[in-house]
Ligand binder design. Structure first.
Ligand SMILES: [Zn+2]
Length: 688
């Protein structure tokens, strides 16, 4: 599964790049990066999005052989990138290719309003891998009309993707409702139960006349309820109607999408030949075998091998994986993420994990709730080299795979946080923080420390937060006892462990932070976010619904209220704007500890009534006046709601016909990268 929240943690977090902490900068920002004077993170903005860039620190220092491996995996990723276009909507490739021809070859006035609108529309198509919004799933329509489209296309000496025997006029007529009529295939994915979800979804996983009932019957007949190791039925095929009955068109070499998959496989084979070790080679070979056979049991075998490859520096995800785009939750969208382990972050996490017992022993919870022997949970931080398909240009910040429950139970799973992606987000988040900070000193400290503060918070939340504490004897698992409030409690508990230690001199002694000012920054930010900033993501009139947002409001509102007698957090108003200013960090730490002790007690005892009362009292309701103020302040900041990325480019350096090194480059023009990919990786036919 994809993890959306910066504090990414296992199981219950749902997709993707969309829901993130709100705070992002208004202006492009320069950050210093290793070995370079500066690196521009923000490249451009259009519509409701902005395009960022990320670096891959440490790439240059890798061994040439490792870089060669990464290069082959990079090519394998990009070779499959077009599959997602066709998976999402049957006209996506046609629309994109027509527009790309125009943008490449149009001889007319490129400054004219219609042409400008056309380029924006194409950028939106690239950004969403299709003509439906990547987050809302609604079709977006061009800012120019059909007459302008027709005129521009006809004036362009390009090669347009007509069907066999079709004229250009006929193609344009076919695309007219597709592009310009908002009501045609209006929604990429509908999951609401009121209509047949297939009829209400434009996604291209099923022939259009197949009904939900037919699909259900098709798979019911193939499901073996007694199989303890069930394959993921439907994961890698399009279901079509042939001769009146449903038939799977399997995505494999020799099957549907073979034109792209043959290239994916050939690059994966090169990668397997230079694998770091036997476990990695085995995994890559099994992935190739699966792409060749299309057998779902081969996919499972590959996943087991992939989970067991724990020590390799390089890792890759490549295949049909997440099922969020399928209204029936069966079919996997193509994606690839190529990465290597972040050595610095790994050291930091190991250092915290090695001291897990010390942290457990010093928690302010009841002694009987402390684990006598605790093991830190060591998630991995990775440095992304390229992403493709459904994970680009918008990307998750964490990934936990495989998805098959039985493999997770029997063989475990791998959970990673995408370190350099998170760093890029952090680099551009200053604007909103500035708006809600009280004075120049707060702002200055935030600019200096917030990236480290957030990183340490996430690490402690994951490594020692979730790992801490134990249940009273005879108490059942969290989700049985605390039900719908279990996740909110558990996320709050992990946050509170991290907050409790954020200003502990222990972290300075361990060399994890230069001073406790880092922790103070985290306190400032956490309070402002929990009481104000995150309301930016709540629609007007709405409640706080999402578990992480509830946990943050619960924590912030509780300590604010309990600290009132001592003025621990002061509410101030200046020029009609509200601010929350931490006055006493040590007392705030004590309050965090008090709430942690109580939440641990609730978890340990399975005290449902207590957590229900806490959540309902502190975490759900929104002060409408504050909410309106926050929305207004954000509106003025003009922060795009969504971000996506330009990927690095890997360039092999050859000598005597062999790759002796690989250079990494950081392109800064989104459109140029998209056109470059179209030029190099357009393997699929327009009409599949
Ligand atoms: Zn968590």
């Amino acid at each position: 599964m994809l993890i959306s929240i910066l504090t990414g943690c296992g199981g219950d977090e749902r997709p993707a790049s969309q829901s993130r902490p709100a705070a992002r900068a208004a202006e492009p920002l320069e950050i210093a990066a290793e070995g370079e004077a500066s690196f521009r993170v923000e490249a451009e903005r259009f519509a409701d999005v902005r395009v960022l860039r990320y670096r891959a620190p440490g790439f240059e220092a890798l061994a040439p052989k490792t870089k060669e491996l990464l290069y082959y995996l990079y090519e394998a990723a990009l070779s499959g990138r077009e599959i997602i276009y066709d998976q999402k909507y049957r006209y996506n490739l046609a629309v994109r290719r027509v527009l790309e021809e125009v943008v490449k070859h149009y001889p007319g006035d490129r400054g004219a309003a219609d042409f400008q609108a056309l380029t924006v529309y194409l950028k939106r198509v690239w950004f969403a891998n299709g003509i439906h919004h990547h987050y809302s799933n609604d079709k977006f329509v061009p800012g120019f009309d059909f007459a302008a489209f027709e005129r521009i296309v006809k004036a362009t000496p390009g090669e347009f993707p007509v069907r066999p025997g079709q004229t250009l006029d006929e193609l344009l007529a076919e695309l007219k409702p597709v592009m310009f009529d908002r009501s045609v295939d209006a929604k990429l994915v509908t999951k609401s139960g009121t209509v047949d979800v297939l009829a209400g979804s434009a996604v291209n996983f099923y022939d259009h006349d197949l009904t939900q009932a037919e699909v259900a019957a098709f798979y019911a007949a193939r499901k073996n309820a007694n199989d303890s190791e069930p394959v993921s039925l439907g994961l890698n095929s399009t279901l079509v109607r042939r001769g009146g009955v449903p038939v799977e068109q399997v995505w494999k070499v020799g099957g549907r999408y073979t034109q792209a998959l043959e290239h994916v496989v050939s690059w994966l084979e090169k990668a397997a030949a230079v694998a770091e070790n036997a476990a990695q080679r085995t995994a890559l070979e099994k992935l190739v075998a699966y792409f060749r056979s299309g057998e779902l049991s081969d996919w499972d075998e590959y996943n087991v091998a992939w989970v067991e490859d724990k020590d390799s520096l390089v890792d890759v995800i490549n295949g049909f994986i997440e099922v969020y785009n399928d209204p029936l939750g069966m079919r996997g969208s193509f994606e690839s993420v190529v990465s290597f382990r972040d050595p610095v972050a790994t050291q930091r996490i190991d250092a915290i994990a090695n001291q897990a017992q010390w942290f457990e022993d010093h928690l302010p919870i009841l002694d009987r709730h402390k684990k006598a022997s605790v093991k830190g949970i060591t998630g991995k931080v990775i440095t992304v080299v390229i992403e493709a398909g459904d994970s680009a240009p918008t990307t998750p910040v964490g990934i936990n795979l495989p998805n098959a429950d039985w493999i997770r139970k029997q063989h475990g799973s791998k959970s990673v946080s995408l370190g350099n992606i998170v760093a890029a987000y952090n680099a551009v988040r200053g604007g909103a923080d500035k708006e809600f900070a009280w004075d120049a000193a707060d702002i200055e400290r935030g600019e200096r420390y917030s990236e480290l503060a957030e990183t340490l918070h996430t690490d402690m939340h994951e490594v020692i937060g979730h790992a801490s504490g134990q249940l009273d004897p005879g108490v059942g698992p969290l989700h049985d006892t605390l039900k719908n409030f279990g996740s909110t409690l558990e996320e709050a508990r992990a946050d509170l462990v991290a907050l409790y230690y954020a200003i502990d001199p222990k972290l300075v002694e361990m060399g994890l932070m230069p001073s406790i000012d880092v922790g103070k920054t985290e306190y400032d930010h956490y309070i402002r976010n929990g009481l104000q900033q995150q309301l930016y993501r709540v629609p007007p009139g709405g409640d706080v619904e999402e578990d992480h947002m509830r946990n943050r409001q619960l924590v912030a509102a509780w300590v604010y209220e309990k600290g009132l007698p001592d003025n621990v957090i002061e509410r101030r108003v200046r020029d009609g704007k509200t601010y929350f200013v931490v006055r006493d960090y040590d007392k705030l730490r004590v309050l965090f500890g008090d709430l942690l002790r109580e939440l641990q007690r609730i978890k340990s005892a399975g005290d449902y009534a207590a957590i229900r009362d806490l959540v309902e009292h502190y975490a759900v309701k929104v002060d409408p006046v504050m909410h309106a103020e926050v929305l207004e302040r954000y509106a003025k900041l003009d922060i795009p709601a969504y971000s996506g990325f330009i990927g690095p480019r890997l360039v092999p350096v050859e000598s005597g016909g062999r790759i002796v090194d690989v250079r990494i480059e950081y392109p800064d023009d989104f459109s140029a990268q998209m056109l470059e990919y179209a030029e190099k990786y357009s393997w699929l036919p327009t009409w599949n």
